[in-house]
Design a protein around this ligand. Sequence first.
Ligand code: ADP
Ligand code: MG
Length: 768
Amino acid sequence: MLEIKNISKSYTTGGFTQKALNKFNLKFRKEEFVSILGPSGSGKTTLLNIIGGLDHYDSGDLIINGSSTKSFTDKEWDAYRNNCIGFIFQSYNLIGHISILENVEMGMTLSGESSKTKRKKALDALEKVGLKEHAHKKPNQLSGGQMQRVAIARALATNPDIILADEPTGALDSKTSKQIMELIKDISKNKLVIMVTHNRQLAEEYSTRVVELRDGHLVKDTNPVANEEKNEKKLKIKKTAMNFLTALNLSFNNIKTKKGRTYLTAFASSIGIIGIALILSLSNGFQIEIDNFEKTSLSEAPIIISEQAMDIDKETMMSIQKTKNSKKEYPDDKNVYILDDIIQTMVHTNIITQDYLNYLKNIDKENVASISYQKSTGINIVNYNEEKGYNLVSNNSRGGASWTLLPSKVDENATGIIENNYDILAGSINDNEPGLILIVDNRNQIYSSTLEQLGLSGDKVSFKDILSKELKVIVNDDYYNKIGDYFIPNKNYEELYNSENSIPIKVQAIIRGKEDKKFLSGNGIAYTNSLVEKVIESNKNSEIVKTQKIKDYNVLTNQKFEAESKTNNKETILGYLGAESIPVAISIYPNNFEAKDNILEYLDDYNIGKKDDDKIKYIDMANMISSLSGNIMNAITIVLIAFSSISLVVSSIMIGIITYISVLERTKEIGILRALGARKKDVKRVFNAETFIIGILSGFLGIVIARLLIIPTNIIIENISELPNVAKLNAIHAIILVVISVTLTIIGGLIPASIASKKDPVEALRTE
Ligand code: ADP
Ligand code: MG
């Protein structure tokens, strides 16, 4: 069954080579009690370790079942130790942090035995050594003799064919020694027991054969195996495997014995997680604040496509105004001044076509919070001026001073565009009342043509004069006289002005772009939405509209409509005649600044390859704010990335160190596990399980602490910025952080775990 053939083993330490075994030969029977005697250092332990597969020979061969072990793999050695060998050591080598029962079960645990049979076999073995009632005690609650009996029970539990005992009574008094010897002798009835001892008397009294060693040589054998003796019994070798749950349980028990340190470790490594959790909660909160801020500012400052847009960028515009203008900016006096007319030529007139409206319908809805279409209609106004008499003004007259529809609110809750962006210098705005609003630039200037349209003149006009001026909106049936199938406008403006059908209107208010909104430097006349409604109301059933609706030519000019034309088509003419409203201004409210950039890009694309007259230009009111908040976001992101990477690195290094310390502390346990047949892989698992537990613990601890720290953080932020509850930890982030913590601790522990698994079992057992 077992034969040592010509085995040599030497150790080299510090350049000095010591031959522990020198060409050693020995054969064993399947059932006998062999005692090995010899002075200290003669090679007894080395011999036992080689037989047990804990240590490997340099040369020669160990014959098991008649076959060589020269080509044994690590796995086969592990299985051999687990199935065939039971070790009993002088210093008992029990694992301190698990119970007696679990110690006895360990060999079966390693071989993957079911917990039921494991328990039964372990209790049987404990019964045999008379310690069944102590099964749930921890090793340090037993006496030396009891501990050795536990070790014997552990060796017996797997029912191995060979029991190897290295000075099992070396640490016991003579009375206890005898009890242990009786136990071992009993075992040897149906097993091979090889026992190393110093005690010649015990050896001769109990064993069936005494072998003596000196300097690695066999010097005496009282009962050598004769060559003709048969050795049929075969050793059974079954592969071992420990599952991760066992490893977890083992580590969990170990961790439980040092709670304080475990919590400290978990806390230390959770600092990284706490940091990231806080940063995430803050950036989360700030992101929400920024989103809100963007939404509000964008609801006050939409992208506007109106009939008039500046054809030059606002910087050029402002510099022209500066160099050409000596008048005071933001004056306090109650007058409106006349502007140099050169700038008027820089105004671009947008003709919003059906084609463009269709284009807008295809805009990416993800970017848009809402789009509001302001609709207008042809409005004809007659004014009276003492010098120039009665004059006709139309909002449709292209190229004239800028007439715009007063921007309306997107919804009831939104703050008004006007209130947010303009100062009301005189009067008050009432959108429910037909009327006009005069917009002046930052020097209170307007074009002379604008002033003329109001029926006023001069270089300087007082607010009072403007607000008291009365104009008349004339209706179609007064204005257009039917001649056959055609209409001609009535040129008698005085008659029109004084007609009782005419709607009297006034300038409701004079407004100016706020000083902090310099980009609103335009000027002109705006009219209220109720004016549009009123005009449509009076004109939709007028004679000219009814006629135009059934004719396919322009009833004013006798021109045939052209399908391709932007201006000469039925729809535009009907709009002009006040039959229906046509969109004159479109306000697009983006979701956020990034969305706004996407929308602008989309709007710019429309103009590619178009003639200048056909281009549609927009006003980007939020231009100023966007770059600012973009910078804030970038800064936050950079800080976030920097912080997270530092804390990630720190915590994984720390876990590596801590696991390494644990490996050093548990070296002995590694040796025991290996002696019981644990594979290198199993040892690795034990430590990976430990880092896994610490990782989970530190992850949860980190989240809990971060959650607590958010409370004072929010109080501080509220004191500084008046924003309540900014920092918010979102549940998904928390889960991800725990996962990261576990992953990182496992990664940090990989190297120490692999160091542990590579430890030489013999040396590991030797450490204290
Ligand atoms: P015994 O058990 O008979 O006292 P050992 O088998 O432990 O003797 O040791 C035999 C010889 O080998 C001794 O001289 C010892 O110093 C040496 N030896 C044993 N193990 C090692 C080792 N791991 N490293 C260096 N020398 C060793
Ligand atoms: Mg020894």
